[in-house]
Design a protein around this ligand. Structure first.
Ligand code: ADP
Ligand code: ADP
Length: 239
């Protein structure tokens, strides 16, 4: 679990802007892929396509052999759950507790009325604790999200993503607002999930330095096309 196949994917936005042009990528379980490229090169368009936050114009994307581009209803939900996303601006509910924010990664598993009343199972409450421990934030359980530092908020974002029990983590510029020290903490948490839990990670950055340090493979985008794709061992730092 954790394989992604992207076949001949193109995306044109409704206003005519080309987001992606004929992308082919085969990502295997356990890879840590960093997508690099200038602003506007298509990184976030690609990431959003992978778990179908938006539709592509052409081509298809398979997650563990399941076609997410064509799926609907329950099947789509199921495939999407296996690909959890974390965001640049964290997307937390700032006025809610860390507990609530992390649990929100699981609300899709409940009927709406149960979620609204906060009727979560014991198992899921335990899972919140387990996942907060994985990002070293168990002591912030009751704290409101707005009272955390940026790095802590991003780690809450990671804990929330883990509530989906994903095999793939998609991260759209997760460290771009953070200072070097916090960046390191967030990257190390992700690296640990990759190395110890075998999760596939696909992450957008605009710093090539971070990619060289943490990734197992670097993919370069320019104007919506792949212009570079190498495993880290083959990356020549002069490239
Ligand atoms: P970033 O570069 O930090 O990812 P952007 O400023 O490119 O963010 O995009 C912010 C939002 O605006 C996104 O939802 C994106 O889809 C949208 N957006 C970006 N470029 C355009 C555009 N040319 N026309 C319409 N919406 C756009
Ligand atoms: P990156 O993540 O590398 O900064 P994006 O994927 O956000 O790049 O953008 C790729 C191209 O698509 C850019 O030209 C951007 O302006 C355009 N774009 C992004 N979102 C939208 C949108 N919602 N509508 C129209 N154009 C968009």
């Amino acid at each position: 679990k954790g394989n992604i196949e992207i076949k001949n994917v193109s995306k044109v936005y409704p206003n005519g802007t080309i987001g992606l042009k004929d992308i082919n990528l085969d990502i295997k379980q356990g890879e840590f892929v960093m997508i690099v490229g200038l602003s506007g090169s298509g990184k976030s368009t690609l990431l959003r396509a992978i778990n179908r936050l938006h539709d592509v114009t052409e081509g298809e994307i398979l997650i563990d052999g399941q076609n997410i581009t064509k799926a609907t209803g329950d099947k789509l939900h199921k495939i999407r759950r296996s690909t959890a996303m974390i965001f640049q601006n964290y997307n937390l509910v700032k006025t809610s507790s860390v507990y609530r924010n992390v649990m929100s990664g699981r609300v899709g598993y409940y009927p709406a009325w149960k979620a609204a009343l906060g009727l979560f199972t014991k198992e899921d409450q335990e899972m919140v604790k387990t996942n907060l421990s994985r990002v070293n934030l168990l002591d912030k359980y009751y704290v409101k999200a707005r009272d955390l530092s940026g790095g802590q908020q991003q780690r809450v974002g990671i804990a929330r993503a883990l509530m989906q029990e994903p095999s793939v983590i998609l991260a759209d510029e997760p460290v771009s607002g953070l200072d070097p020290k916090t960046t390191k903490q967030v990257m190390n948490d992700l690296k640990k999930l990759n190395e110890e839990d075998g999760m596939t990670i696909v992450l957008n950055v605009h710093s090539i330095g971070l990619a060289l340090k943490y990734s197992s493979r670097i993919v370069g985008l320019k104007d919506g096309r792949i212009i570079y794709d190498k495993p880290i061992e083959e990356v020549d730092k002069r490239d």
